[in-house]
Design a protein around this ligand. Structure first.
Ligand code: ADP
Ligand code: ZN
Ligand code: ZN
Length: 740
């Protein structure tokens, strides 16, 4: 069989389709001599139905068993040169790793506009917000009115720029005065998102950074390194300087970050150094923008630096030299659904090995998996032991909430925290306060029967939300169902409810009561809607519009603000008590990340943690700041209990219209798998209802496979098991699940 990619219009083509047996390749003819090549997306027919597919091979001769006359023709070319040949190999490998179909993997890796996927709704564009910059240099500033002068001095005092809302809102300056100054070119208005792009240039690396950078640039192709450095140790500087060297060699770089909210500041830094070589790729972009980035990535003539989230790991860069996966411990790198349930770190490693690139993992708090691989020498360790400029890490102070209670103080915010927040306000510094949950109240419970008010479609309690005007309603954080608070209890019909637990909205309300002089901003998924909401809110905080930022986990990630001197955790216990293998690890990572927000510049920082469990080992590690000690202890615990990473697991998630149908289907799959699983020395646990047994009206069951580390998971592809399922029941296979 001759296989040639360069025939102008090859007569036979092999195509991957969403049909047939898993792994099946379909052969088509090309009588119209359409100039189709491997890597193109085409349209074909199969059993009378139209399908889109990927051309994986061009054939000059037909394999003997195929009769030329029976072959159907390629109908049309959809996208020329959508991917590279090497990319196809990556997809095949990821599919096998995830027990997902190759086509599904292909589809989820391509820009969603292709292969007839349901176009994703682009994030709604936010109302344009303006930033006023001034006084601008060089402009004539004589003969100013008093009001004009006052406006200019407000700008000057704020460092040369203020958001319009703040200048004319709280600032009290009139819009007419602003307009007059704009006409005289003394100030100018720029979109808030584009205001004052960070001017970032390469720093002289300190000795540890230099060593790390050199190690990355001389590492064996295909190898993995871990850069472990506390927050503010200068990891990003190492990434960017290593990237510069790789680009100079004519190779491309992937720089991955777990959170879409971290993209803007990384992009700013990257663009001010590498200008047009920088590409952006993440789910916050419109389809067309993503396709444009994909196309540019394919162009072999220009090496690129891609800044993106987990899906960017699939960008088909032809000459990849380096992949940086920042915050490698972050669970956002794992795709939980839909299939393929891949971890970007695993895909990055496959890519690095296929492309002969180097994979650099960076974090202040390595995951146990990565740390264990360091210990056995699979991953080389690079350390940045201290913060840039020798700045100390902020000390952690505990507030024992039992004592607060014993002394009759029942407020959400303890007195020590109130004192510190007040100081922060007086000194014109800033604070961030972490609250585990968004909304107003965690849930309502019925005063007569005590049952919580549940979502009618899910087995979870509804969260109370509240509008600015004080209206309350209930919302499901799983399926987005909304309903009125005044509805009757579905158990006993009573209409009197008692609220429990506090969300970000409630904390803001209480802070405003306790410390009315503080200016507060809320930072959670509700307050940062829209494409640029995240960045805009942070920019308002950075511009000094508020003293305190109250937010969810989003707060802990990446923010670098010099005036933040206090980081507070309102209810540490809520983070510790999740029934999950990784609860301790994730709680400590989150709190250390949050601590890393305080005291990053000249002003010293402090961390305050409210807890009812000051003796908890995680809290002890937080106070000592010794993450290494935690790693050693936790790894020993897991070793003794033979848990991940000293074992492997896979989770089969079933969902169906009723509990009985779903349970029956899960049991059937379990008994079909049992011989194979036991033979491989693995065990089956379940099937059992999922921790949240019903979501959006679908019942959920799960089956856990547990076995020795290092071996393959004894499971066929999902497509092979699907045949055993009744209509309406779905199955997802999650290899190495993060939540157990
Ligand atoms: P990390 O990614 O580890 O949190 P960054 O690379 O963002 O740290 O560095 C923290 C701060 O220190 C940034 O403001 C950065 O510009 C600065 N910085 C990094 N390396 C150096 C250096 N070698 N000399 C001076 N400043 C540096
Ligand atoms: Zn009731
Ligand atoms: Zn719901």
């Amino acid at each position: 069989m001759a296989s040639q990619s360069q025939i102008a219009a090859p007569p036979w083509l092999q195509v991957w389709l969403e049909a047939g047996r898993e792994g099946q390749v379909f052969t088509y003819g090309n009588p119209q001599q359409i100039p189709v090549q491997p890597g193109d997306l085409v349209q074909v027919r199969l059993r009378g139905r139209r399908h889109s597919g990927l051309v994986v091979e061009a054939l000059e001769d037909l394999p003997g068993e195929l009769g030329a006359r029976t072959l159907q023709p390629i109908e049309s070319l959809l996208q020329a040169a959508a991917v590279t040949t090497r990319w196809q190999a990556l997809i095949a490998q990821v599919a096998v790793h995830c027990h997902a179909s190759r086509f599904l993997t292909l589809k989820s890796a391509l820009p969603s506009a292709w292969l007839g996927q349901r176009a994703q709704r682009p994030a709604k564009a936010a109302r344009p917000q303006w930033c006023i910059e001034g006084p601008l240099p060089g402009a004539e500033s004589t003969r100013l009115t008093a009001a004009q002068g006052a406006l200019l001095s407000s700008l000057e005092a704020a460092g040369g720029a203020l958001p319009l809302v703040q200048l004319c809102g709280q600032g009290g300056h009139s819009r007419a005065v602003l307009a007059a100054l704009e006409r005289r070119a003394l100030v100018r208005r720029v979109p808030l998102a584009a205001a004052r792009p960070a001017v970032d240039s390469a720093r002289r690396l300190n000795p540890e950074q230099s060593l790390a950078c050199k190690a990355v640039l001389t590492a064996e192709p295909g190898s993995t390194l871990l850069l472990w450095g506390v927050t503010g140790a200068g990891k990003t500087e190492v990434y960017l300087q290593a990237a510069a060297a790789v680009l100079a060699r004519g190779q491309s770089v992937l720089l991955l970050t777990p959170e879409i909210g971290l993209i803007p500041q990384l992009l700013d830094r990257a663009r001010s150094r590498f200008a047009d070589a920088v590409l952006e790729y993440h789910s916050g972009m419109a389809d067309g923008e993503r396709v444009a980035s994909w196309r540019k990535a394919l162009d072999p003539s220009q090496p690129r630096l891609v800044v993106g989230t987990r899906s960017a790991v699939f960008l088909p860069l032809p000459r990849l030299g380096l992949i940086v996966l920042d915050e490698e411990h972050d669970s956002s790198y794992k795709q939980e659904s839909p299939m393929p349930c891949y971890h970007a770190r695993d895909v990055a490693q496959m890519r690095a090995q296929q492309d002969g690139a180097v994979l650099l993992l960076g974090t202040a708090t390595p995951s146990l998996e990565t740390w264990q691989r360091c210990e056995i020498g699979e991953i080389a360790l690079l350390k940045l032991p201290s913060r840039i400029g020798g700045r100390p890490l902020p000390p952690v102070r505990l507030v024992d909430m039992r004592q607060e209670l014993a002394q009759g103080h029942r407020r959400l915010i303890s007195r020590p925290l109130l004192d510190r927040l007040q100081q922060v306000g007086e000194r014109r510094e800033q604070a961030v306060v972490l609250v585990p949950r968004r909304g107003y109240r965690s849930f309502l419970s019925c005063r007569s029967c005590g049952e919580a008010v549940l979502c009618p479609h899910c087995d979870v309690a509804l969260t109370v939300h509240r509008s600015k005007a004080g209206n309350q309603w209930l919302r499901c954080h799983w399926c987005d169902h909304r309903q009125n608070v005044s509805d009757r209890c579905s158990h006993c019909g009573s209409s009197a409810f008692k609220p429990f637990g506090a969300g970000t909205q409630r904390v803001v309300e209480q802070l405003a009561e306790d410390l009315p002089e503080l200016r507060l901003l809320r930072f959670d998924r509700d307050s940062t809607r829209g494409r640029d909401g995240h960045r805009q809110l942070l920019q308002r905080f950075a511009a000094g519009e508020a003293d305190v930022l109250v937010g969810t986990q989003m707060l802990a990630k990446g923010m670098d603000l010099p005036r933040v001197t206090l980081a507070a955790v309102l209810a540490a216990d809520g983070l510790l008590h999740r029934p999950d293998l990784r609860a301790s690890e994730q709680a400590l990572q989150l709190m250390l990340q949050l601590a890393g927000r305080a005291g990053r510049a000249e002003l010293p920082g402090e961390v305050l943690v409210q807890t009812y469990l000051p003796e908890h080992p995680v809290i002890a590690h937080l106070v000592s700041g010794d993450y290494g000690a935690f790693l050693a202890e936790e790894l020993e615990l897991r070793r003794r209990a033979a848990l991940v990473p000293f074992a492997r697991a896979a989770l089969l998630r079933f969902a169906g219209p009723s509990a009985s149908a779903t349970a029956t289907a899960a049991a059937a799959v379990a008994s079909r798998l049992e011989p194979q699983v036991l033979e491989a020395g693995w065990c089956l646990i379940g099937p059992a209802p999922a921790p949240v047994a019903r979501v959006a009206g679908r019942s959920r069951w799960q089956l856990l496979l547990h076995g020795p580390a290092g071996g393959a998971i004894p499971l066929p592809a999902e497509a092979e098991l699907r045949g055993n399922l009744p209509a309406g029941v779905s199955l997802a296979i999650d290899p190495d699940p993060l939540a157990l």
